[in-house]
Every structure is written in structure tokens, then in C-alpha cells.
Design a protein around this ligand. Structure first.
Ligand code: TUI
Length: 308
């Protein structure tokens, strides 16, 4: 399937993997790239040596283009941004902030720059700053989210920009891809579906939560801290949501008990203290499969629908 995104990134399918902090390591990224999409390694708040090692391991596993996601709230963001240049990464996506100050150097190094944005205003700023494309990410997404839905956000961003738009949030099958294209997107970003892939290295408890989740099993916590995050409902996320609602947790206490909670979910599968970040579409993800089979199934369904 050829779109402006496959042309821009030199990949077979217009599918970018979400830059999921702690989740998106080199095994997943290489598998997605080898399957014809664009795999991403998440910088998250990792130390520079960890990310360098992950990038080099990914290069050993694939000769296809892959990318790095820079989480802009990371205290290491400056160093990780430079590392992408030093390691000759093909694509950078960014989240949780405005990457404008990094864009000239990335472009100079030949990196394709794709900020993830939750609003039209930020999308316009990114186009003016020289971005090659944007990911318009709806509130259905897992992790740190904005308020607008994919259905509302994507066409408005498409109308406002000249550069291509990639839709994200709630896309896990061919119907989601076809719908995104109807909204004017030229590609999709998929996160939650890849949590339930064979190559994804998350704790088995996390995969089980995704596969067993039903439509109402996601919850947004942390609006009152200014960093709303979508999680799978667990004892821990319900405690956070209740604490926020009834005032039994102050924002400071909330921040304290969520510090390090991504690692506890992804690495330890800790249901009592871990934040299992996940999109609202988890209810539709019912089976663990290899990335190649996931992408093939999604794209075959999308192509059939788009030909009707
Ligand atoms: O970034 C994401 N998703 C994420 S990041 C993350 S790690 C984290 N953990 C706790 C708190 C915060 C982050 C987990 N999931 N998606 C892309 C995204 N970007 N969503 C929202 C934004 C965003 C928000 C504000 C982008 C730009 C922005 O700009 C504000 C400004 O500086 O103007």
C-alpha cells in the first residue's frame, strides 16, 4: 500500500508502532520493521547507554528503517535527541511536549521527524517548525493523552496541515485503518495491538490483561496532576482513580506512588503497584500473534474495505 507515509519513510505499509515507554524495546521494533511497518524504540526516561545499546541491537536484527520515540518530559531528552543523530536513526517521533528546539538538528542529520500531537494548535506549530509529518493522537490511546477523540482530531488536523497526518488512538484492525484513511490520514500509529504480539517483551501478566480486557476496562487517571494517562483497570489504577475523585490522594501523593509504576507493570507484572498503560481498544485485542501476522491481517482487511 503506497501513501505519502510509505514514500516518506521507505516502508511497505503505512503503519508506525507506538513509542510505548518501557514496552517498545529493540525486539518489538525490529519485528515491526521486518514486517514492513516502522518499529520504534522508546527512549522514555532511559539512560543514554541503554538507548544506544537498544538501537545497535535493533540494527543487528533488521536492515529496514526503524525509529526512536523521544519522551520530551524525560530529564535525558537532550542527550537522547543527540544520540539519534549520532546513531543515524531513520525516524524520530516525540511525545509529551513540544520538540521544536530539536527539529533543525534532526533535519540536518536527515532524520524524518514526526511529532505526536493531541491538538490542531500543536500540529500547526510542528508543521511551521519543519516536521515531516505528525501523528494526531486521540484520547483513545494508551498512556499520556489529550482530550480530543481520534474521530474529531484527525480530520481537523488534516484540514489544517499540508504535511501528511498519521492517525492514532483506537486503531487495532483493518476497519480502524480504513476509517483513518477516510478521515484523511495517510498512515496509522498502532500501539495496543502490538502489546499482544509474540515479540513484545512485556511481562506475561500485562499481555493477559490486554487479551482479557473488555470494552469498559480502561480508565484515565491523573487528570488533576496535568498528566492524564490511560491504563487498564486494575486494583492499583482503580485506587488512583478513586483517590483522585474523592480527594483521598493529593496530586503530590499520586505522583509519588506512580513514580516508577510503568516499570513495575512492564517488567514485574506487579498488579498492586504497576501502571499498565493501554489504549481503549484493548477490548478488541484477543489473541497474541507475531507482528508479521498482525500487520498482514490488518492491512489485508483495510485494503479490502478501501476497494469497496
Ligand atoms: O506521549 C504520549 N504518550 C505517553 S508518554 C508516556 S510517559 C509519561 N508518563 C507519565 C507522565 C507523562 C508521560 C506515556 N504515554 N503520547 C503523545 C502525546 N503527546 N500525548 C500528549 C502529548 C503532548 C502533550 C503536550 C504533546 C505536546 C504537548 O505540548 C505541550 C507544550 O509544550 O506545548
Amino acid at each position: 500500500m503506497k501513501t505519502k507515509i510509505t514514500e516518506l519513510l521507505g516502508c511497505e505499509y503505512p503503519v508506525i508502532q507506538g513509542g510505548m515507554a518501557w514496552v517498545a524495546e529493540h525486539t518489538l521494533a525490529a519485528a515491526v520493521s521486518n514486517a514492513g511497518g516502522i518499529g520504534l524504540i522508546a527512549g522514555g526516561s532511559a539512560p543514554i547507554d541503554y538507548l544506544r545499546d537498544q538501537i545497535r541491537k535493533c540494527k543487528e536484527k533488521t536492515d529496514k528503517p526503524f525509529g526512536v520515540n523521544i519522551m520530551l518530559m524525560s530529564p535525558n531528552a537532550d542527550d537522547l535527541a543527540q544520540l539519534c543523530i549520532d546513531e543515524g536513526v531513520a525516524v524520530v517521533t516525540t511525545g509529551a511536549g513540544n520538540p521544536a528546539k530539536f527539529i533543525p538538528a534532526w533535519k540536518e542529520a536527515g532524520i524524518k521527524v514526526i511529532p505526536v500531537i493531541p491538538s490542531v494548535a500543536l500540529a500547526k506549530r510542528m508543521e511551521r517548525a519543519g516536521a515531516d509529518a505528525v501523528v494526531a493522537e486521540g484520547t483513545e490511546s494508551g498512556g499520556h493523552i489529550g482530550e480530543n477523540t481520534t474521530m474529531c482530531l484527525v480530520p481537523q488536523v488534516v484540514d489544517a496541515l499540508e504535511i501528511p497526518v498519521i492517525a492514532a488512538g483506537g486503531i487495532a484492525d483493518g476497519r480502524g485503518v480504513a476509517a483513518s484513511f477516510m478521515l484523511g490520514a495517510e498512515g496509522v500509529q498502532i500501539g495496543t495491538r502490538f502489546l499482544a504480539s509474540e515479540e513484545c517483551q512485556i511481562h506475561p501478566t500485562f499481555k493477559e490483561l490486554v487479551v482479557k480486557a473488555k470494552d469498559t476496562d480502561s480508565v484515565v487517571t491523573g487528570r488533576y496532576t496535568g498528566h492524564p494517562c490511560r491504563n487498564i483497570k486494575t486494583k492499583f489504577s482503580k485506587r488512583l482513580a478513586n483517590g483522585e475523585r474523592d480527594g483521598s490522594l493529593t496530586p503530590e501523593e499520586f505522583e509519588e506512588i506512580t513514580l516508577g509504576s510503568l516499570r513495575k507493570a512492564v517488567v514485574d507484572g506487579n498488579l498492586d503497584e504497576g501502571s499498565f498503560l493501554c489504549g481503549a481498544i484493548a477490548g478488541m485485542v484477543n489473541e497474541v500473534k507475531p507482528c508479521k501476522a498482525i500487520i498482514k491481517e490488518i492491512m489485508e482487511q483495510a485494503e479490502k474495505l478501501l476497494k469497496i
